[in-house]
Write a protein that binds this ligand. Structure first.
Ligand SMILES: Cc1cc2nc3c(=O)[nH]c(=O)nc-3n(C[C@H](O)[C@H](O)[C@H](O)COP(=O)(O)OP(=O)(O)OC[C@H]3O[C@@H](n4cnc5c(N)ncnc54)[C@H](O)[C@@H]3O)c2cc1C
Length: 468
């Protein structure tokens, strides 16, 4: 395995447990495994070593892969779910409640939308079934197969304003993208399926919502933070995990079958290699073996994001206990709109982070079309985010502690047709580099469950590749 983030760790763990006869090695460049999963205490004596996530802080449980892995690793009893489930949206200089119920921002009950958030014509449309605008006798505008952008689907069914004010902030927030450019097949397959149902997007979503348990948790996390999952996988892998081992080159074995994997200090031989690294790293490693695959991977776009954790004295800042935080919509003018894209009220979201003397906020920034954070020094970025907190929450007092984490080129963008792009890549690799497999966010989503699923599938494919 090349890469010891959640994808590479899962792939390595699966091989170690399911195929103990196979020698597996996970090579991780950094001096710690986990990639975007990092947890650590904040430098605040009052918080007394309380572990707070510096990257991802939860995984979706609507799909089983992450939860099942936690159960298998014996972490089932440690899983907690958010105590606050409501959130808001910063738009037009004010916080608005995100209407509930909604599916990825598409509101299902117009009566639950705060007055003024959208126009009366939007409410009227939202009271209907969400059938796309269609002149009599015209072909279905959404077609029946193939990919479309999230924006094209949602705009056609519920209008531009609902898309721009509600869906783009929520869905684009998942990978710091623009929902107008994102593949609906990858990012929101449930929206595409409902929009193509004969009765319309809203009717289709309401039907699936009626079948779901509204009290079931949506997210889970180990109470000790997401790094607990990393620790459990690393401990199961033991000496098979090599940190501080950046892979610098791949070559086909000299005269023998298989691969030679070079790190800065070592060489490893393998029957199969799984690349569980960001696409831009994979592009560099693959290019000497296949120009076409390298070029394709080099075309994957990534957004750079940063996440700042602010701790305030609770006397200076109190946030609503029933709100998990707020998202920030794209303003009409990028230069004057807030840098922050979301603010999570950690102590309201997670009961174990609720501290009587402190308020902990996790503030995200950076989008595919907003590189301002990347261009600022750490001090200037923190100052800009503090100014955003003053604007949105009215807190002028200085924080007791700030921790800033940068994640350059971290969130892959999935353009329309991404699934075809993956098929093309797999075909190129199968022809030019048999036994070399790609896994992780590069394939089908940035969410932790998708990465775990991809790592699991890569392990199975590696077994097949190694036995050929
Ligand atoms: C700020 C932030 C918040 C997020 N929040 C959530 C969330 O709450 N829920 C959720 O589901 N998802 C969230 N995500 C997304 C999710 O965390 C990631 O998509 C996921 O962790 C990616 O895992 P990965 O193993 O595929 O990649 P990575 O975590 O990027 O791991 C790749 C690993 O490869 C290593 N590497 C790179 N080059 C080499 C090399 N040459 N040789 C060896 N190793 C190398 C890297 O050091 C890294 O450890 C978040 C992402 C970010 C950035």
């Amino acid at each position: 395995m090349v890469g010891g983030g959640i994808t590479g760790l899962t792939a390595g763990y699966r091989l170690a447990v399911d195929h103990p006869e196979i020698d597996v090695t996970v090579l991780e460049a950094a001096d710690r495994a986990g990639g975007h999963l990092r947890t650590g205490p904040l430098d605040d004596p009052v918080l007394d070593g309380l572990p707070v996530d510096a990257g991802a802080d939860a995984f979706l449980v609507r799909v089983p892969w992450a939860r099942d892995l936690c159960e298998e690793l014996g972490l089932g009893d440690e899983l907690v779910s958010p105590s606050a489930r409501r959130a808001s949206l910063w738009l037009d200089g004010a916080l608005w409640p995100i209407p509930s119920p909604n599916v990825l921002g598409v509101p299902l009950d117009p009566g639950a939308i705060a007055p003024g958030l959208v126009e009366p014509a939007d409410l009227e449309r939202l009271a209907g079934d969400g059938l796309p605008d269609l002149p009599p006798g015209a072909a279905p505008p959404l077609g029946t197969t193939g990919d479309m952008s999230v924006g094209a689907v949602v705009r056609a069914c519920v209008g531009d304003r609902v898309f721009e004010r509600l869906v783009d902030p929520l869905l684009g927030g998942i990978n710091a993208g623009r929902a107008d450019d994102l593949s609906c097949t990858v990012m929101a397959p449930q929206l595409l399926a409902a929009a193509r149902s004969s009765d319309g997007l809203l009717a289709g979503l309401r039907r699936s919502m009626a079948a779901a348990d509204p009290t079931a948790p949506v997210f889970n996390s180990p109470a000790a933070g997401m790094e607990r999952l990393v620790e459990a996988l690393a401990s199961a892998l033991g000496s098979r995990l090599h940190t501080g081992s950046p892979v610098t080159g791949l070559s086909r074995g000299d005269g023998t079958a298989g691969w030679t994997v070079a790190t800065e200090s070592d060489t490893h031989h393998a029957d199969a290699v799984v690349l569980a690294v960001p696409a831009h790293v994979a592009a560099t490693l693959v290019a000497p073996l296949s120009d076409a695959a390298g070029d394709l991977l080099a075309g994957w776009r990534h957004a750079s994001v940063a996440l700042a954790t602010f701790v305030f004295d609770r006397a200076d800042l109190e946030v609503p206990a029933d709100q998990s935080g707020f998202l920030v919509g794209r303003g009409p003018d990028r230069e004057t709109s807030p840098l922050m894209t979301a603010c999570s009220f950690a102590g309201s979201k997670w009961a174990h982070l609720d501290h009587p003397e402190r308020t902990v906020l996790r503030v995200s920034c950076g989008r595919i079309d907003d590189g301002r954070p990347a261009g600022l020094t750490d001090d200037d970025l923190i100052a800009a985010l503090r100014a955003d907190l003053a604007t949105t929450l009215g807190v002028e007092a200085p924080p007791t502690t700030v921790r800033l984490g940068r994640f350059p080129d971290s969130l892959v963008q999935f353009p329309v047709g991404h699934v075809d792009r993956i098929s093309e890549l797999d075909g190129l690799l199968a022809d030019a580099t048999p036994g070399l497999l790609m896994a992780g966010t590069v394939r089908t989503g940035v969410g932790i469950p998708a990465c775990i699923r991809s790592g699991t599938e890569a392990a199975e494919l590696a077994v097949v590749a190694a036995s050929i």
